[in-house]
Design a protein around this ligand. Structure first.
Ligand SMILES: Cc1cc2nc3c(=O)[nH]c(=O)nc-3n(C[C@H](O)[C@H](O)[C@H](O)COP(=O)(O)OP(=O)(O)OC[C@H]3O[C@@H](n4cnc5c(N)ncnc54)[C@H](O)[C@@H]3O)c2cc1C
Length: 491
């Protein structure tokens, strides 16, 4: 058994600081973060999911972060969904609003049965009339004085956000920061024995590798690549000035990948993720400029290998953030996974006196299933009828994993349900998110959806729910303030 009193985190990027926050909130350990200004953070990663917002808003008594102050101080914004353009058909978009706005009021076939979305499929409706989608298309904030109970996420300025979290956690005497390069990682049969930083040996009871793609501490030799399933492997990034502050991430499919546009208060953080087997960075820049009708200045050119390491917890080392892996930027799953991985560790495995050996196999299997599930979810976006460029032709022929194939086969005879997502569907990654893409990409069969609702005698109920929701939406919608007004009034 190992007493866990002191945890060392290597890395001061987004992963390092939010992991420090997570550990500070939920354990009684001392936490030391080691990072060096001489090794820059990756400096991308600005769209997030509700998991980060949950962590920020957690009131444990150890750190009390004021969300509004955080957004205002860091120029970050609220995100309420994703707009997907050109994925199914060039020139057409669909909305993927965050969260869920209607639940099954019956207990059959089960309480989570998503009759509302199944009704959309049966009637070939998109989700554009959802309340949140309407807020997205009309640039309105879904906030009312009496209720803020919507599922929200943030668009963050990665540098300012990291610094803000750093300042907050360092206020607590259980957290310290060592500025310096880890020059040596000394290991023995129990894992890391000590780290050499600024000519001193540093030791802890548990080490968390947040060193990004350097993967400094964790055993990174066993790597599961996703490159046969996902073809994008490179991104060029740029900023644009734009007065309009949208409340969604725009994911715009391009000829050789897709482009993100992330609205912050002072700028839009943008990037084109592409396959460099299909286009050069120079031509990608030209494609961007033609698409958005203005010149751009490229800031970063980042190559990445899509995939994950196989053992994210090995002896006394746990990795998270890019040190564990990276699928690709679509759907903002990286910071999401960074939070989930540490949540899962603390909530289901951590004790202040631990047996590492007996638990690692199970934890690693849990985490690997979630990663591979996310990869399948991302692969789903590329099941498109588009055949207009070599990239889209090659993507349609790229490998589809057995787990995704099995699901797609199941969904030929019934609508998706909870059991279809990952063996360990912790944190409800399934259903709502998958349905949005399945609907937008028109993958599910409307006749099966209709038959199923009829056979469960849920068609009338679903119709009523749909009509009522539309009425309520219209009623509430007119009272909302615009995004622009919202941020100006907070200044
Ligand atoms: C193109 C692209 C787009 C992305 N978009 C999104 C997105 O929209 N949403 C999302 O959720 N994620 C996104 N990501 C992922 C996101 O960038 C990362 O999850 C996030 O930035 C966290 O990175 P990190 O902290 O793991 O690594 P890094 O930011 O690389 O930080 C590594 C840290 O380790 C330290 N370090 C390394 N070696 C040493 C050493 N020897 N000694 C001391 N310190 C050391 C460095 O100083 C640094 O502080 C994107 C990634 C890419 C590549």
């Amino acid at each position: 058994m190992q007493k866990i009193k002191k945890i060392i985190i290597v890395g001061g990027g987004t992963a390092g600081w939010i992991t420090a926050l997570n550990l500070l909130q939920k354990t009684f350990c001392d936490i030391t973060v080691v990072s060096s200004k001489e090794i820059p953070i990756i400096g991308v990663g600005e769209s997030t999911t509700g998991k980060l917002a949950e962590l920020i808003n957690l009131k444990s008594g150890f750190v009390d972060i004021d969300e509004k102050n955080l957004l205002q101080s860091t120029g970050s914004t609220y995100k309420i969904g994703i707009k997907h353009s050109n994925w199914h058909t060039k020139g057409k978009s669909f909305y993927s609003p965050l969260g869920t706005t209607a639940v099954n009021g019956n207990n059959y076939p089960n309480e989570n049965y998503d009759l509302y979305r199944i009704y959309h499929i049966a009637n070939e409706l998109g989700l554009e009339n959802e309340f949140i989608s309407k807020c997205m298309s009309n640039s309105k904030m879904p906030f009312f004085e009496h209720s803020n109970n919507f599922h929200i996420a943030y668009h963050i300025d990665t540098y300012k956000f990291g610094n803000y979290i750093k300042e907050q956690v360092l206020k607590h005497n259980r957290v310290s920061h060592i500025e310096g390069i880890v020059d040596e990682v000394n290991k023995n049969d129990k894992g890391v024995k000590y780290l050499k930083v600024n000519d001193k040996n540093i030791t802890g009871d548990l080490y968390i590798d947040c060193s990004g793609f350097k993967r400094l501490l964790i055993d990174n030799k066993q790597f599961k690549s996703y490159k046969d399933e996902l073809l994008v492997n490179r991104a060029i990034t740029f900023n644009i000035k734009d007065k309009v502050i949208n409340n969604y991430t725009h994911a715009r499919a391009m000829n050789n990948g897709w482009m993100w546009e992330i609205p912050l208060q002072e700028r839009k953080g943008c990037g084109y993720v592409f396959s460099d087997n299909h286009i050069t960075p120079d031509n990608a820049k030209i494609e961007i400029e033609n698409e958005i009708g203005r010149e751009v200045e490229i800031q970063k050119d980042i190559k990445f290998n899509s995939g994950r390491i196989k053992n994210v917890w090995n002896k006394n080392v746990l990795s998270t953030g890019l040190a564990t892996g990276f699928v690709e930027p679509l759907e903002a799953t990286s910071i999401h996974m960074t939070v989930i991985q540490i949540n899962h560790f603390i909530e289901n495995y951590f004790t202040h006196e631990m047996n590492f050996d007996t638990q690692q196999k199970q934890y690693n299997e849990d985490i690997n299933v979630i990663w591979d599930d996310i990869k399948d979810f991302i692969r789903l976006h590329y099941i498109s009828p588009r055949q207009d460029t070599n990239f889209w032709k090659d993507v349609s022929n790229a490998k589809i994993s057995d787990s995704l194939k099995d699901r797609l086969n199941i969904w030929k005879s019934r609508m998706p349900r909870y059991a279809d997502y990952g063996r360990n569907n912790f944190y409800e990654l399934g259903n709502t998110l998958w349905y949005q893409i399945l609907i937008g990409m028109k993958i599910l069969n409307k006749d099966i959806a209709l038959k199923e609702l009829e056979s469960f005698k849920l068609l009338n109920y679903a119709e009523e729910l749909y009509t009522n929701t539309m009425d309520l939406n219209n009623q509430y919608f007119k009272n909302l303030i615009s995004n622009q007004q919202y941020y100006v009034s907070k200044k």
